[in-house]
Design a protein around this ligand. Structure first.
Ligand SMILES: [Zn+2]
Length: 700
C-alpha cells in the first residue's frame, strides 16, 4: 500500500508538497527491503532527498551531543567509534544522492545540491570545530599507547585526531570562523564549476547536413550521429557532440578539416566562452580561496596542505617524478609530430599541423607503420564479451564469480546488475554497470558505491558498487562494439570495483586509501586486457565468433606503445597545470587563468598542437575537488602498477596464484588500515621503481 501512495504522489510532480505524507513513505527512513538491500531506486523520488538530508544531519547533531554530554570519561568506544558510527542516515542518503546526481541528474537535483552545499559544509564544520568533542578526541589520542588498541583501531584513532586538526580544531575562534566561511565558499565554487562544465559540454553541437562532410567516418559513428540528430529533432542530419565517444572518433577520422577545427575548438573552449557558464572567474576565486585556507592552516600553499596526506608527502617528490618523465615524453611527442607532418605531405597538404590535425594524421601514421586501423579491432570487442573477459580474469586470479541479477532495482534503466561471490560461494557484493552517454550523466568513466563495505553488529555489510562509463553506443540493430581504449577503461574501472568488493574494514574512518594509491588497484587490471592469453578467451568476432587473429594481436601489441608521446604529454601537461595552480604562494586579483595556463605549459616546451588533457576551464578533476593537487596520482600509481604487474610476469604466469593472493591480502583488502607505502612493500617485498613504467610506455 505505501508504495502505491509514493507513486501517486510523485505523479503529481513538484506540486505535491504534502511533506507529511511524503515523509511517511520516504524510502530513506526505513531499512531497504530490496534484494541485497540495494537502494530502492524506483521508489526514491526527487522530493525524498531533502527531508532525508535534513533529518540525517539533525540526527547526527543529536548523536554528537550525546557523545559530549555523556557522564563517562572518554574512551575509544564511547567517543572515537561513536563518532565513526554517527550520521548513518546522512551517509545513507548522501551516497545515493551523490551517485544519482552523476548518472541521472536534472535541474532539480542540481538546484538541490547547490542548496545543500552550504548546509553540508556548515554541518561538517560544526562537528570538526566542536571544542568539547575535540577535547574528548584529544584526551584519548594522548593516552593512545595505554589503550591496547589493535592496528585498525590505532589507525582509526590517528585518522580521527588528524581530521579534527586538519579541519581546524586547533585554530582560535576567529580563525575557525574564517575557515567556515572559506569551506562554504570553496565547496560552492567547486559545485558551480562542475555544473558549468556539464552545461558547456551539452551546449555545443556540430550539425552536419551534407553527406559528403561525413567522409572518413565509420558507419557506426555516422549511425550514432544520425541517432543524436533524431533525438534533437533534426532528422535527416547528423549531430556530433563533445561527449568523448562522439568528438574523439570525429577528430580521428573526419576528412573535412574545417569541421575538425570547429569541433576541436568547441571542445577546448568549454567554460571559456564568456557566457553564463564561463569558468575562468570561478577558477580564479577558487584557487585564491584554497590558498587562503592553506595559509590559515599554517601551510605556505595549498599543495603542501593536501600532499601531507598522500603517499608522495610533498611537492618536491611530485615534481621530481613529473620532470623525470617529461623529457623523454617530449622527445617522443616530437617524433610523433614528424610522422604527422609526413602524413600531411603524403596527403598533398601544405600546412603546419594544428591541434585538430593531430588525431587525424596520427591515425594515418599508425596505419602506415603498423597497418592497424582502430576500427578493425572493434568487431572483436563486443561489450558483453569484454566484460565476460574481465570476469574471467578476476576468476582466474581470485576464484570469484559474477552472475547476472534479473530482479533488482537499478540506478538507471540502462544499467545491468551482477552478484559477486567469493571462491567459497559467499556473497561479496553487488556490481552495477552503466555503459553509454546521456545528457543526464556526467562525462568520463568512474567507479562508485551505493553502499560501502563495513560491519554492523559484528556482521559484514556487503558493498554495492557501480561502474559508470561513456562508451560508444551501439548503432541501430547492432551490438555495442568497443574501441581498444574503451575495453581498457572497462578493465580499469573494474579494478576499482574489485578494491571495493574485497575491502574488509570495520570503520568508515579507515576505509579510504590516499588519492595517489587508489589507482593502483584499477590500473593494474589494464595489464591483462590485451594479454594474448586473455584475448583468446573473450575477443571474439561479434558475427563469426572467430577469435581475434594472432596478427591483429601482434599489431595491437606493437602499436600499443605508439602514441605514448602525445598521450603522456597531454596527461603530464594537465598534471603540471594542476600542481602549478596549487603551489602558488601568492595569487594576484587580476590573474588571467588562461594566460597562466599558456605560460605554465609554454615554459615547459609543450607542443602547440597538444593541449593539456583538460584545460583550466574544464579540468573538473582539480577544480571539482576530487583530484586537487592530485592529478599526478595516475602516473604515480602507474609506477606502482607497472612494478606490481612485474611481480606476476617474473613468475612466468600472469595468473600466478601466490602473487594474486598476496595482492588481494595486502593491497585490496586492508582499505586504509595500513599506510600505502607499507601495503606496497608488504605485497612486493621491496620499493617500486620507474623502470617498468618507462618500458611499458615505450619511453625508454
Ligand atoms: Zn581510476
Amino acid at each position: 500500500m505505501t508504495v502505491g501512495i509514493a507513486v501517486a504522489l510523485s505523479a503529481c510532480g513538484s506540486s505535491a508538497k504534502k511533506t507529511g505524507d511524503v515523509d511517511s513513505v520516504n524510502p530513506f527512513f526505513t531499512e531497504y527491503t530490496t534484494p541485497y538491500e540495494v537502494p530502492p531506486f524506483e521508489q526514491i523520488k526527487q522530493e525524498h532527498y531533502k527531508p532525508a538530508f535534513l533529518k540525517g544531519m539533525e540526527e547526527q547533531v543529536r548523536e554528537i551531543e550525546q557523545i559530549i554530554n555523556q557522564k563517562e570519561e572518554p574512551t575509544f568506544e564511547n567517543t572515537i567509534v561513536a563518532i565513526d558510527q554517527s550520521g548513518a542516515l546522512y551517509k545513507k542518503v548522501a551516497i545515493v544522492f551523490g551517485g544519482q546526481n552523476s548518472v541521472n541528474t536534472n535541474d532539480e537535483m542540481q538546484a538541490l545540491s547547490r542548496e545543500l552545499s552550504p548546509l553540508q559544509s556548515k554541518h561538517s564544520d560544526d562537528i570538526t570545530l566542536n571544542p568539547q568533542l575535540f577535547a574528548r578526541v584529544k584526551a584519548i589520542y594522548n593516552m593512545r599507547e595505554k589503550l591496547g588498541l589493535n592496528k585498525e583501531q590505532t589507525k582509526l584513532l590517528d585518522e580521527t585526531y588528524k581530521s579534527f586538526v586538519r579541519g581546524g580544531a586547533n585554530l582560535n575562534k576567529e580563525g575557525q570562523a574564517k575557515l567556515r566561511e572559506l569551506n562554504s565558499e570553496i565547496s560552492m565554487l567547486q559545485l558551480t564549476f562542475g555544473q558549468n562544465m556539464l552545461k558547456e559540454t551539452n551546449n555545443f553541437k556540430l550539425v552536419v547536413d551534407k553527406e559528403e562532410d561525413l567522409a572518413g567516418l565509420s558507419e557506426s559513428l555516422i549511425a550514432s550521429g544520425a541517432l543524436i540528430a533524431k533525438a534533437n529533432n533534426m532528422e535527416g542530419k547528423w549531430v556530433f557532440t563533445l561527449h568523448n565517444p562522439s568528438v574523439m572518433p570525429f577528430l580521428q577520422y573526419a576528412e573535412n578539416r574545417a569541421l575538425r577545427e570547429k569541433i576541436f575548438n568547441g571542445y577546448i573552449n568549454r567554460g571559456d566562452n564568456g557566457n553564463e557558464a564561463d569558468n575562468k572567474e570561478v577558477v580564479r576565486k577558487l584557487i585564491t580561496l584554497r590558498l587562503e585556507k592553506a595559509k590559515l592552516m599554517g601551510y605556505s600553499d595549498y599543495a603542501s596542505f593536501v600532499l601531507e596526506e598522500r603517499m608522495a608527502k610533498n611537492e618536491e617528490t611530485v615534481y621530481k617524478l613529473l620532470d623525470e618523465l617529461w623529457v623523454p615524453t617530449l622527445e617522443k611527442a616530437k617524433e610523433e609530430l614528424e610522422d604527422i607532418k609526413t602524413e600531411i605531405k603524403k596527403d598533398g597538404g601544405n600546412f603546419e599541423p594544428e591541434g585538430w590535425d593531430w588525431r587525424y594524421y596520427f591515425e594515418k601514421a599508425k596505419k602506415a607503420k603498423f597497418d592497424l586501423d582502430e576500427n578493425e579491432v572493434r568487431p572483436y570487442l563486443k561489450l558483453e564479451n569484454v566484460y565476460e573477459g574481465m570476469f574471467y580474469v578476476a576468476n582466474r586470479l581470485y576464484g570469484i564469480t559474477f552472475t547476472p541479477i534479473k530482479e533488482i532495482p537499478l540506478p538507471h534503466p540502462d544499467a545491468v546488475a551482477f552478484e559477486c561471490k567469493d571462491k567459497d560461494g559467499t556473497h561479496l557484493g553487488v556490481l552495477y554497470m552503466d555503459f553509454f552517454p546521456r545528457e543526464s550523466k556526467r562525462g568520463g568513466a568512474w567507479c562508485g558505491t551505493y553502499r560501502s563495505q563495513t560491519y554492523k553488529d559484528g556482521k559484514r555489510v556487503s558493498p554495492v558498487v557501480t561502474i559508470v562509463c561513456n562508451f560508444t553506443p551501439p548503432a541501430e540493430g547492432q551490438p555495442a562494439l568497443l574501441s581498444a581504449d574503451e575495453a581498457n577503461t572497462m578493465f580499469h574501472e573494474f579494478g576499482h570495483a574489485l578494491h571495493n568488493l574485497f575491502k574488509d574494514v570495520h570503520y568508515y574512518g579507515v576505509s579510504g586509501v590516499p588519492r595517489d594509491f587508489v589507482e593502483l588497484p584499477s590500473q593494474i587490471m589494464e595489464h591483462w586486457v590485451f594479454e594474448p592469453e586473455v584475448l583468446k578467451v573473450y575477443a571474439k568476432h561479434y558475427q563469426t565468433g572467430e577469435v581475434i587473429p594472432v596478427e591483429l594481436i601482434e599489431k595491437l601489441d606493437k602499436s600499443g606503445k605508439y602514441g605514448q608521446g602525445f598521450a603522456t604529454a597531454e596527461y603530464l601537461a594537465a598534471s603540471y597545470l594542476d600542481m602549478d595552480y596549487h603551489v602558488m604562494k601568492d595569487i594576484s586579483a587580476d590573474l588571467n587563468v588562461m594566460d597562466f595556463e599558456a605560460q605554465t605549459l609554454g615554459k615547459r616546451g609543450l607542443l602547440k598542437q597538444i593541449p593539456s588533457r583538460y584545460r583550466t576551464t574544464y579540468f573538473n578533476h582539480t577544480m571539482g575537488g576530487g583530484y586537487t593537487a592530485g592529478y599526478y596520482s595516475y602516473i604515480w600509481s602507474e609506477v606502482l602498477d607497472c612494478d606490481a604487474f612485474q611481480a606476476f610476469k617474473e613468475t612466468g604466469d600472469i595468473f600466478n596464484q601466490d602473487v594474486a593472493a598476496k595482492f588481494r591480502q595486502y593491497v585490496l583488502t586492508p582499505g586504509g588500515i595500513d599506510d600505502a607505502s607499507v601495503m606496497y612493500v608488504n605485497f612486493r617485498g621491496k620499493e617500486p621503481n620507474t623502470e617498468a613504467l618507462l618500458e611499458n610506455r615505450g619511453l625508454k
